[in-house]
Design a protein. Structure first.
Length: 328
């Protein structure tokens, strides 16, 4: 493979992973934009979505009597369909419930209180993931090693689509890459339409700008906040399905790793800015891919956070964030 082909391959890989990070980062950014809360539990919510996806796939394969090593087209279709139908509502409902049970009661508390609550919820969800990994199912290894990484059945083939259209290049653009792009891009467009052109989107922008004035204008801010948690959780649910199908490995501490990347992306793009979160996710994905290829994997985190620090030094509001006047 030539140097140019290597670069293009890492570009494809970085864009695909960056889009997954962007979906998770949008949840961080939306919640912060509305209630000024860094929801550290969001990454672990995504992790539980991946465990639910694996559970659903295991049930589908069991009902069809299909061996995970020999996936049939019917099993692929039903597995992906069930995951896309169940996982986003599950993550959305769980995110909404967490807000109602924990964060809502701390709306007017000092900012440190909801932050500590979010960290606490994160640990609770992480431990739920560890217990979930102990389920006595074939896809969980009969639960004999609950904390061990889980192999996700390879439902989407890694066939190189470029060879299918007559190209003999060493560059690989697979069904998995196409899946990531074809699901993520429409979701980003749909979210943009919702936020910019719907009544809910206008209410969200009004609540983010001034919640007191929004209430005086008749906007039910608690309903808006609840809708924000629902949408953010739903995006995490879609991201959990796409991540599982693309990377084929999940583990109970996945929320920390992916959540840290997503939070970094949200800050890099401008926390509270939705296009910024999407841009930040893609930048993080590209930087990780290029660092793994041209530097070394052990230095990737250092490079990612080094770039974050440099950008924030010269542009504290992030790449697309707007400078806001502090109230004193």
């Amino acid at each position: 493979m030539s140097a140019t082909e290597q670069f293009i391959q890492q570009l494809i890989f970085g864009l695909s992973n960056g889009m997954i990070i962007a979906l998770i980062a949008l949840g961080y950014s939306m919640v912060y934009g509305i209630v000024d809360l860094i929801n550290f539990a969001h990454g672990d919510l995504f992790m539980l979505g991946t465990f639910l996806a694996l559970t659903l796939v295991g049930l589908v394969l069991g009902l069809l009597g299909v061996n995970p090593q020999h996936i049939t087209p019917l099993a692929t279709f039903l597995g992906i369909l069930v995951m896309l139908v169940v996982c986003p509502p599950f993550c959305a409902g769980l995110n909404w419930s967490i807000d109602r049970l924990a964060y809502r009661r701390l709306r007017n508390a000092p900012k440190l209180a909801p932050l500590v609550a979010a960290i606490g919820v994160s640990f609770i969800l992480m431990n739920l993931g560890q217990f979930w990994g102990g389920l006595p199912m074939d896809v969980f290894g009969q639960g004999k090693a609950a904390a061990a990484p889980k192999n996700f059945p390879d439902l989407v083939p890694a066939t190189n689509l470029l060879t299918k259209i007559g190209l003999t290049s060493n560059i690989r653009f697979t069904w998995k890459d196409l899946m990531v792009w074809s699901v993520t891009l429409p979701l980003l467009v749909l979210l943009t339409v919702v936020v910019k052109f719907t009544r809910l989107g206008k209410a969200m922008r009004a609540t983010a700008q001034n919640p007191v004035a929004a209430r005086l204008m008749g906007i039910d801010t608690e309903r808006v906040i609840g809708s924000t948690f629902l949408i953010g959780g739903g995006l995490a649910g879609f991201a959990s399905v796409i991540y599982s199908l693309y990377n084929n490995t999940i583990y109970f501490q996945l929320g920390y790793r992916s959540g840290m990347d997503a939070f970094t992306a949200a800050v890099l793009g401008g926390i509270g800015n939705l296009p910024g979160a999407a841009l930040g996710g893609i930048v993080i994905g590209l930087v990780r891919a290029m660092s793994d290829q041209y530097v070394a994997t052990i230095w990737t985190n250092t490079i990612v956070f080094g770039i974050l620090v440099l950008i924030l030094v010269f542009r504290p509001s992030g790449l697309l964030g707007a400078r806001a006047r502090e109230k004193v």
